[in-house]
Design a protein around this ligand. Structure first.
Ligand code: FEO
Length: 392
């Protein structure tokens, strides 16, 4: 089983989940990895583990380097089961290993595994000497769980930030300079938009507390390891965590008989005429997790639904629930849709936008049954008006 020595004496021993296509509701078209790192020093340390069904793959990688019985410490940076799921499998081989975790991590591990593990709770800033190296632990609460913690090794200039800077990519390559930056950026953006977006202020705080560290490698718990694009990914995190947007709009909608779709297209035409870049997403075909990748940097989010049973279409309802939870800030919103008699959908969409404190420079537009050419012209004009208002 192949391993990768990412720094002298520090090995990637994770597992590659080639087959996963849905990660708790997030489509992972490129699969993912669960990255675990083995540090060989006077003490042997395993930082994080993998999903339980891939424990044997990780243990085979560890065995290729050292007998797992020699592991002295398992650092659990984060309780979620894609990283803690194989701790018990490791402890079967190394029963006297201590599990290092944060206070919230200890609570979470107890609730998840109901086991009597030898937990060593560390405060933020605590260090552990393991020989030539000293591990430092920094708590980064709500990036993205209350227990989240990162591990830093000064001697290796290496940051192990767990979920932070992750991307869902299964690949034979381990490093950022072995894959295309466009793919990495897209997958890192999708990851941020679907996992970390609600926690911008916490990300800012975490980046501040890590800001003074000397780092030349960032090895997250999913996807590739950053060593050549560190300034690029840090710049993206800076933008995303401050909710910076671009002159770009997302039009997301579903349609029953094509009327709301016609309105979506007319709206896009008007926006494009003012130089705004437009992403169209029909929720019949695009998954909400992919829509979020574009919402991450879109200044304007237009949401359309016909009225069905005095409400919105279930696909649009699912998107609204999702976006309400992910809470993108500092957006402009616009609602539209066709209707037969009640016409409640637009109001429901606007209520969600208002809850998110999005500005709505134009009132929502409703059209009865099927839009005629004059009505579509009016929607195009609304697109132009919106475009002018959101341009830089
Ligand atoms: Fe990759 Fe929050 O787990």
């Amino acid at each position: 089983m192949e391993t990768t020595e990412i720094k002298p004496g520090v090995y990637w021993v994770g597992a590659i989940d080639w087959d996963v296509r849905n990660f708790h509701g997030y489509l992972t078209q490129r699969g993912t990895t669960y990255n675990a790192y083995l540090i060989i020093d006077e003490k042997v340390v395993l930082v994080d583990t993998v999903k339980a069904h891939l424990a044997d793959e990780m243990l085979a990688r560890i065995r290729a380097i050292i007998d797992p019985a020699k592991i002295d410490y398992i650092v659990s940076n984060h309780v979620e089961m894609d990283h803690s799921g194989s701790i018990s499998a490791v402890l079967e081989h190394a029963p006297s290993a201590k599990v290092i975790t944060s206070t919230m991590g200890a609570k979470g591990l107890k609730r998840h595994y109901k086991a009597d593990w030898d937990l060593q709770v560390v405060k933020s800033g605590d260090t552990l000497s393991i020989g030539k190296r000293t591990l430092a632990f920094v708590h980064v609460p709500m990036v993205h769980w209350p227990d989240s913690m990162v591990t830093y090794i000064h001697e290796d200039r290496l940051l192990l930030p767990n979920d932070g800077f992750g991307q869902h990519i299964a690949s034979s390559e381990r490093f950022d300079d072995e894959l295309d930056w466009g793919i990495l950026r897209e997958e890192a953006a999708k990851y941020y938009a679907n996992i970390i977006l609600p926690f911008g202020a916490n990300v800012q705080k975490a980046m501040e507390s890590l800001g003074g560290l000397d780092i030349d490698m960032i090895a997250p718990s999913h996807g590739i390891i950053w060593r050549s694009h560190i300034p690029d990914i840090l710049a993206e995190y800076q933008k995303w965590s401050t909710y910076a947007t671009e002159t770009c709009a997302v039009i997301v909608y579903d349609s029953m008989w094509g009327s709301t779709q016609k309105m979506a297209h007319a709206l896009g035409d008007g926006l494009r005429e003012t130089g705004v870049h437009v992403h169209h997403h029909n929720l019949k075909h695009t998954h909400i997790s992919d829509v979020m990748t574009d919402v991450l940097t879109a200044r304007l989010v237009c949401i359309g639904s016909p009225t069905l049973n005095n409400g919105i279409l279930p696909t649009v309802g699912a998107f609204l629930t999702y976006v309400k939870g992910l809470r993108p800030e500092k957006r402009f919103g616009f609602a539209f849709g066709s209707y037969g008699w009640g016409g409640q959908a637009v109001k429901e969409i606007e209520t969600v936008m208002d809850g998110l404190k999005w500005e709505r420079p134009e009132d929502g537009v409703r059209i009865t049954y099927i839009p005629d050419e004059d009505e579509l012209d009016a929607v195009r004009e609304t697109g132009r008006a919106l475009g002018k208002q959101i341009r830089d």
